[in-house]
Design a protein around this ligand. Sequence first.
Ligand SMILES: Nc1ncnc2c1ncn2[C@@H]1O[C@H](COP(=O)(O)OP(=O)(O)OP(=O)(O)O)[C@@H](O)[C@H]1O
Length: 677
Amino acid sequence: MQQSMPIASTGTRCLAASRMLHAAARRCLPFHASLVPPRPALWAMPFGTLAPASAPSTHAARGVDVRTCCSVCPSPIPSTPSLDEYFTITTPLYYVNAAPHMGSAYPTIAADVASRFQRLLGKRVRFLTGTDEHGEKIAAAAAKRGLSPQEHCDDIVAQYTDLWDKLDIQYDRFVRTTEARHAELVVDVLSRCWGRGDIYSADYEGWYCVDCEEFKDEKEMVILQGPDGKPEVQPRGCPTHRKPCQHRKEANYFFRLSKYSREIEELLAREDFVQPASRRNELMSYVREGLRDFSISRAAVDWGIRVPQDPKHTVYVWFDALIGYLSGLLPGEVPARTSEVPVHGWPASVHVIGKDILRFHAIYWPGMLLSAGLPVPQRVFGHGFLTKDGLKMGKALGNTLDPQALVATYGADAVRLYFMKEIVFGQDGDFNEVRFRDVVNAALANNLGNGLNRTLNLLAKFHDRTIPVDASSLPVDLPLRQLAAERLPAATAAYSDLTFHEAAEAVLALASRSNQYLEETQPWTKLKKGTDEEKAEAAAVLVAVLEAVRIVAVGLAPLTPGLSRRILSQLGFSDEQFQTLTWADTAWGGLKAGHRTAEPAPVFVRLEAPGEAEAAAEAAAKAKAAAAAAALKPKKANAGEGKKDKKKERKQMQGQSAQGTQAGANEQVSQEQPVVV
Ligand SMILES: Nc1ncnc2c1ncn2[C@@H]1O[C@H](COP(=O)(O)OP(=O)(O)OP(=O)(O)O)[C@@H](O)[C@H]1O
């Protein structure tokens, strides 16, 4: 554990240093020297600015490792490679008061999509997710279940990791705030803030929302309606949780947030710090009204990290949880020290969070980081709410949608695509299951899956599953090639901006156009009866469609990784090739003459309502039995027979192979798919 210095001496040393800013501090501690006004905003400094190689440092002069020599007087922060090489993204650290719901899955899917895209770009991605496990709400939830808080947390965390696996979430690190290393880092950060004179003891009185774990300003509280529509006796309530707030008076330790008002205001003035931009104004006016210090300890809460300077207190759950973004980045083998943080992917490129916790991330958190001598995150994205009857879906209200059931019924790709495509990231959105099936079927089953299957069947029938010409040899003004050149850059920009619905639309437009192109050109006719020239033209159409679908598969890989893998497998690419894709693979020209595709099989099974799926399966089984019975009867010459055969043949040529029914089978399709190397 980190040593805890007596408060007085800690404060004295730092205070002394800051009084001597122009003299000794400048000589001895570059960190303190950085406080000498005028100074540029810390977030504007590139890595290494806090500890320029040329800066005089007594630490360095003494030959001491600057990262570990001093935790009380903050040591200089070592530099890391360029920020451009990194992409560090975080989800909220979810509060484990109850099982995850669709609202918990939503930002995690978004962060996964963003990080998969950045990996394709070749960035060194750190995707951090995890859980916030301390505080009175957790202790109460555990007691209600007759479990110890730790047992309760372990159980809920297992539900999160299981859900992330089922949703195909490829995180790099799952942080838990009950980890010993996390506690060590919290103590270290707290000691730094203490050392800066930013922590003091005071009484506080106010209205507390236990569900938010936050004191509320009276003016933001809402009048709650009683069951008969009349205001309740206790009229003050939390605007998010619609529950009464408790009036509390406590002696706590406070963080001097007000000291960082100017820096935070400057930070918010930066256009790209808080996104979407519409959320910035709200925060700006909150800051302009004057930032108040916030309490960072609780005397009455046992389930938390002890404040080493006063062990009667535990660290306030928000001060504790935010530091999870730092402890989660530290690899197991390095000491859990603040000075290690910037060499392991900090600052975050983006924190993805809900709009409910924007104030903590865009105001309190930067204040804490500035005090601890760390860079602030580059971007904070406050997404909207999934709602039910106009209210935020949440664990506290219990009005949730179960993502486990949704994935079990429809598969991960469908869930991922729907929420990213249909709800503008940043705005609120409602869920409707019928619409969900319609949207996903239109995009993935009809346009993409069916189009691919039809084309592959034609290729199998007329070209022995072999690509006849290089896709790169097709004319640059070919409609599909032109559209790909236009839409893929749009998708690149949209993924970078976290406007996922635009990315999905840009890529899917190519899938839809491919299907249309197939209808327009009708290659099956020419392939069957055409001249040599016409046959060559039709072959080129097949290549163009398959190449477009290949590009769609790469372009959709961040959104629907399972489906993309299945498509590429159908196109004859190995699993290894899928694992090593890059965004450059969205360029036209990947399919080469002589390349063999796989035996055609559906890549996406149409979604149907659970009951309908069973009914359809039953009907299919009956039809099969009837066909088998009919086959046993002696055949009669029949004029209609030839026609039927023709129809059947045409259908086969168009590749309209019977697609299965239930979407759960989509995952199975992927497992059963032969991978052609
Ligand atoms: N309805 C929702 N829509 C979108 N995101 C949500 C929703 N509910 C929770 N989240 C995400 O989870 C984050 C908060 O995590 P937390 O574990 O506190 O969830 P919660 O369900 O809101 O909890 P509670 O209902 O107890 O307040 C939010 O900032 C947001 O990113």
